[in-house]
Write a protein that binds this ligand. Structure first.
Ligand SMILES: Cc1cc2nc3c(=O)[nH]c(=O)nc-3n(C[C@H](O)[C@H](O)[C@H](O)COP(=O)(O)OP(=O)(O)OC[C@H]3O[C@@H](n4cnc5c(N)ncnc54)[C@H](O)[C@@H]3O)c2cc1C
Length: 665
């Protein structure tokens, strides 16, 4: 029996996991990272468009700072996020971006002088300042007031992941690949690492650690049509759920991206519209300005996806053998721009659809339709990244509900979150490791390993049945999620989804596997993963069924208003009874009277779509009074912010950020 010991165990070697690992290792802690795949092939490598960070170097970002980024993020979340976390995030993001430059990420840079761009489908010339020459550039993205998304052409995730992975290698972080976390070792409310399966040898091993961080990415593969990689199956979150103690936060908050290409579902980055591309319908008409006159094609993702489906429902979609779709037109950006800044998009379009998007006019238009893209929900944590329920258990990145995104994540805020939360959560995790001793009875570890070994043997020993295979069950789950827990939701269909998923869970727990090899065996892997994925899927569907309002990406056709009176709260889902087919659901209030930015109109659609909470107006008055008083006393924006909503950060990150022309103001 192999038992590995370390101070800090990180499950997941994407951007978030590796960034946490660098942090704990640099603090002198022995750190091990586990990953299903070679870490540089983690899903983070697929991120295209960029990372939000209020550097304000480009002329189109002038006036940007933490306050503007904060306001965009809170509005983007439809007031569902934790505002303290949003403040921690926006304050640290510029430091993270600059640090990544130092680590070798080749950010696209500003070039001084005139430059042609496309804004609102019109060619325009902007003039970059002399003193900005060579600084990190930014492009426009959805739901933001300023051009804030730093990028490396359309391969941002790739370059960021290589930068962070190379740093981890330099720092001699131990990386163990082809390992899968099955279960956490939890005793008396404290986590001591995990039980892991080697995906090549099939061996069960234990990793015993002072602290464990789950950074296993999103759970997009519970849907059939998703932009997520095949490894995004939510098994890390399921391991947390199966402790019976810790909770998932807001599982029903699922993002659908407007522009995956049809039929493969591969994403075409929001950078396409950020750089000036537009959406068109069957008549070639640019329809988004009809619905959202202010932000048009660059309204936030939940809004654009809904408007696209609404437009298709009105008969304006384009028929195809793969269902109806709309067009994304980036041909208006010109060949030179596309070949330089959107070259991956072009390659995807040419490889999978035989279309060169730089060809002018309809010939270059790309078929697109919204698909599942991001999980705002995840492992519920405190702002330090630690679970409030299990000591020594941390989480960050897409796996977590830290909760930066609430009910809608802004494009570019996710890769930013991975590195920023990696820095912050890694610091708090290091503090925990320094504070705590590792004392655990090795009998407990051995017993946990034996239990997992017995479980594997019992799956292999199940008698042959003629019913559904594990692959059929998985496919059925994905179709249910697509059809009944999608962009438009309603009570009847959600209830059907919950019922059907519960049935599938029961079947999946008894499924037999035809191939009996205990080593590398995809069927066996699915046999233990799919029941866990079903628990996540049920949590998503059940959370959506219970939330009788519309907020951000969660849109109920039978409850179309955002209900701040009853639903300004975070869903918490726990799976206490291992035999149950439904989780227990609880809620945590978001306290309006502590918010820096109390709930208000988000700026999309028509007004009057909110069931107001009287506390919102009361807090708004209070905020305005505090602001007025402190301004009269000559306080600066940082002092006013601190008075409105104080927040903690590890010291290095609380420092002010410098910007061109304004210094540290
Ligand atoms: C196509 C696409 C484009 C995107 N573009 C952008 C963008 O431009 N800007 C932006 O901000 N966001 C973007 N996103 C979102 C962003 O890329 C992800 O949210 C982010 O990269 C997730 O990083 P992560 O480190 O949390 O997880 P991941 O990168 O998914 O890494 C998860 C890691 O966990 C490991 N793992 C999983 N389960 C287990 C297990 N059970 N045991 C052991 N290891 C496990 C995996 O091997 C992997 O190493 C995009 C997403 C997609 C799908």
């Amino acid at each position: 029996m192999k038992i590995h010991y370390c101070d800090a165990l990180v499950i997941g070697g994407g951007l978030a996991g590796l960034r946490v690992a660098v942090q704990t290792q640099e603090k002198g802690l022995n750190t091990i990272v586990l990953s299903l795949v070679p870490v540089k092939r983690s899903h983070s490598a697929a991120a295209q468009g960029g990372m939000q960070s209020s550097l304000a170097n480009t002329v189109m970002g002038e006036g940007d700072n933490e306050d503007v980024h904060f306001a965009d993020t809170v509005k983007g979340s439809d007031w569902g996020c934790d505002q303290v976390v949003a403040r921690m995030f926006v304050t640290t993001a510029p430091k993270a971006t600059r640090q990544l430059a130092e680590w070798g990420v080749p950010w696209t840079r500003v070039r001084k002088g005139p430059r042609e761009v496309v804004i609102n489908a019109q060619r325009t010339t902007i003039v970059e300042k002399e003193e900005a020459h060579g600084l990190i550039n930014a492009r426009d993205f959805g739901g933001t007031k300023k051009w804030r998304t730093c990028y490396t052409a359309d391969a941002t995730g790739h370059t960021m992941l290589y930068g962070v992975a190379n740093r981890a290698i330099r720092d001699e972080v131990e990386i163990h690949e082809r390992k899968e976390l099955l279960r956490l070792i939890v005793e008396e409310g404290r986590c001591y690492g995990g039980i892991v399966r080697d995906l090549i040898s099939g061996e069960i091993e234990a990793y015993v650690a002072k602290a464990t961080c789950i950074a296993t990415g999103g759970w997009g593969r519970i849907y059939r049509t998703t932009t997520n990689a095949v490894i995004c199956e939510g098994t890390g979150q399921a391991a947390v759920l199966e402790t019976g103690l810790a909770a998932l936060g807001n599982p029903e908050a699922v993002q659908f991206h407007p522009t995956p290409i049809v039929p493969s579902g591969i994403l075409l980055t929001e950078g396409c519209r950020g750089d000036g591309g537009v959406l068109r319908d069957v008549d070639g008409h640019r329809f988004m300005p009809d619905y959202e006159p202010e932000k048009k094609d660059l309204a936030s993702r939940d809004v654009v996806s809904r408007r696209m489906m609404e437009h298709i429902r009105k008969g304006k979609g384009v028929s195809s053998p793969f269902g109806e779709h709309l067009w994304l037109d980036i041909s208006i950006l010109g060949r030179e721009h596309i070949e330089k800044n959107l070259r991956d998009v072009r390659e995807i379009a040419m490889t999978f659809n035989g279309i060169d998007p730089a060809d002018p006019g309809p010939k270059g238009w790309l078929p697109v339709r919204p698909a599942q893209h991001y999980s705002m929900g995840g492992i519920h944590t405190k702002p330090t990244g630690e679970s409030p329920d299990i000591a020594g258990l941390f989480s960050c990145g897409e796996a977590a509900c830290w909760d930066l995104h609430g009910f809608n994540r802004l494009g570019g805020n996710s890769v930013a979150e991975t590195v920023v939360s990696g820095m912050i959560v890694g610091s708090y995790m290091a503090d925990y490791c320094r504070r705590e001793e590792l004392r655990i009875n090795t009998r407990l570890v051995r017993e946990s390993m034996e239990r997992e070994e017995a479980q594997m043997r019992s799956i292999l020993a199940r008698p042959e049945r003629n019913g559904m295979s594990i692959f059929d069950i998985k496919r059925r789950m994905q179709v249910i999620m697509d059809e009944k827990v999608g962009i438009f939701r309603s009570g009847d269909t959600l209830q059907e989804a919950v019922d059907e998923l519960q049935e599938l869970l029961k079947i999946s727990q008894k499924v037999s596997v035809r191939y009996k090899c205990p080593k590398a065996n995809p069927e066996l892997e699915q046999a233990y993963r799919v029941p866990r994925m079903l628990k996540i899927a049920i949590s998503v569907a059940y959370g959506a069924l219970l939330r009788t309002e519309s907020r951000g990406a969660h849109y109920r056709e039978d409850y179309t208003k955002r209900d701040d009176l009853h639903w300004l709260k975070r869903t918490l889902v726990r799976w206490r009874d291992p035999e149950a087919t439904l989780p227990e659901v609880d809620y945590e209030a978001l306290e309006i009277m502590k918010m820096e930015m109390p709930p208000a109109f988000r700026g999309y659609g028509r007004k009057g779509q909110i069931i107001e909470n009287p506390l919102s107006a009361k807090r708004q008055e209070e905020v305005e009074a505090i602001r007025k008083r402190l301004e009269a006393e000559g306080k600066d924006r940082f002092e006013i912010q601190e008075a409105l909503m104080p927040f903690e950060l590890p010291e290095d990150y609380k420092a002010k950020n410098e910007r061109l022309g304004v210094g540290y103001a």
